[in-house]
Design a protein around this ligand. Structure first.
Ligand code: EPZ
Length: 424
């Protein structure tokens, strides 16, 4: 059997220039689409990114009995009124982390769900204890056996929940269950990422009553049903940041369009500290890299701190900045797998547990590398754009999970980048 493998091949040395438009936010879409299960009617969702994770979650919704139609490449029409299954297929669910939102949506609408433990990027343990803590506070009986999470509740009653860990997934999942529960739910110590606010806004546009998303406390007054409606997803903060870092790293001049500058504040501030020029407009940001970039220290933190999902991209940039940068991963227990691939390109980086010490080098030299995970893959593309010669990136399925037509967008900015298929 011959397998056809896809790779991305980049020839470095081009200063990126021109305009690029950001797609809808992946981490909002993979929560909002399952959230549509709560809606007993039809919802129209615009600005959906054309990425693999969306295709997977759409397939799962169809399997559950929802009627899903792509009105166009970026607009989904979902009617969950006929959903008649509460078991998500193991082989589909294991393909992506965000499958855990099916638990919250099915429990919230049908008071029961069977969903396989989530797959997703390998940053060490990816527990869901805070999700389950919230579910049981709302009245659910939870069991985990042979890789399947089973939740069920006689009735769902509002409760006060204090998260031990600031968790994006737990915050959203508990919000999903509380939306149709009886009474009021208060969730404290919640995550405040833009996509949390987006999910709350989506639910409210369908008839929910959620206040405080984006602050430390979210208050949900349960309602009888969600009637359906129309919503447009926010731009992807991490895709925007990826192009901003690539512009600075290549000494380019790029206008990143369809962004919400407020969501980019920590990334913009760091790029200015490094020495790039960042100019904000209403819904776009221009980044100009001027060559003499210098070291900075960074700690990744929950929003509004520097995003962990921008860590591989910024470390790649820092690998060619003068001086020694210290980058501390403050969210995941181990998110430096991609550094081994940067070392193949001549980077000088040492990692011990949560901290990377990045000694800037003159230049990187192209070589074959692997995408270790979604954002590690984005880091490899940036590395290829700045390395001398050719860099071949394999395992790019990780990249396709979360970036829409990444190499096409970079080609529009002048990059010498192409996708090739080769028999394995
Ligand atoms: C979401 O993952 C994102 N994924 C991740 O983005 C992102 O890195 C992460 O949030 C942090 O911003 C999606 O939205 C689909 P968490 P999630 O729950 O929800 C611990 C990408 O690149 N924790 O906020 O799984 C956990 O171990 C992906 O787009 C518990 O201890 O992350 C971690 O250390 C990669 N118990 C920390 O909290 C729990 O029950 C943050 O995790 C849940 C989490």
């Amino acid at each position: 059997m011959i397998y056809i493998l896809e790779k991305i091949v980049v020839r470095g040395g081009v200063r990126l220039s021109g305009e690029v438009t950001v797609s809808g936010a992946k981490n909002a879409a993979v929560a909002i689409i399952p959230a549509a299960i709560l809606v007993d009617g039809e919802c129209i969702i615009e600005n959906v990114p054309d990425i693999r994770d969306v295709q997977v979650i759409v397939e799962i919704l169809e399997h559950l009995g929802a009627k899903v139609e792509f009105v166009d490449r970026h607009t989904l029409k979902i009617d969950s009124s006929k959903v008649d299954k509460q078991t998500a297929p193991y082989e589909m669910v294991r393909k992506m982390r965000a499958s855990y939102y099916l638990l919250g949506a099915l429990l919230g609408r049908f008071k029961k769900a069977d969903v396989a433990l989530p797959g997703g990027c390998n940053f060490g343990l990816r527990p869901i204890d805070q999700h389950l803590k919230g579910f049981s506070a709302l009245g659910s009986e939870n069991t985990v056996e042979s890789g399947i999470v089973r939740v069920s509740a006689e009735k769902l009653e509002g409760a006060s929940i204090y998260l031990d860990v600031v968790s994006v997934g737990a915050t959203i999942n508990i919000m999903l269950v509380a939306t149709l529960a009886h009474g009021t739910t208060i969730i404290e110590n919640v995550a405040k990422e833009p996509h949390i606010v987006d999910v709350a806004n989506f639910l409210n546009s369908m008839g929910a009553n959620i206040k405080g998303a984006g602050t430390d406390v979210i208050k949900i007054n349960g309602v009888e049903r969600l009637k359906g409606g129309f919503y447009s997803i926010i731009p992807d903060q991490i895709e925007a940041g990826t192009f901003m870092v690539a512009a600075a790293a290549t000494g380019g001049d790029v206008l990143v369009k369809n962004v919400i500058p407020k969501h980019m504040e920590s990334v913009s501030a760091k790029l200015e500290e490094i020495g790039a020029e960042v100019i904000e407009y209403d819904d776009s940001i221009r980044v100009i890299g001027n060559g003499n970039l210098k070291k900075v220290n960074i700690k990744t933190l929950p929003y509004p701190g520097f995003p962990t999902d921008m860590q591989p991209q910024i470390v790649t940039l820092l690998s060619i900045c003068k001086g020694t940068s210290i980058v501390t991963e403050g969210v995941w227990e181990s998110r430096f797998q991609y550094v081994g691939e940067l070392l193949r390109l001549g980077a000088n980086i040492r990692v011990d547990s949560q901290t990377a010490t990045v000694n800037g080098v003159e230049k990187l030299k192209g070589a074959p590398v692997t995408a270790t995970d979604l954002r590690g893959g984005a880091g490899m593309v940036i590395a290829g754009l700045i390395a001398e010669g050719e860099t071949e990136i394999s395992d790019i399925k990780h990249i396709d999970r979360g970036y829409e037509k990444m190499e096409e967008k970079f080609r529009q900015l002048g990059a010498d980048i192409r996708r090739v298929t080769c028999p394995e």
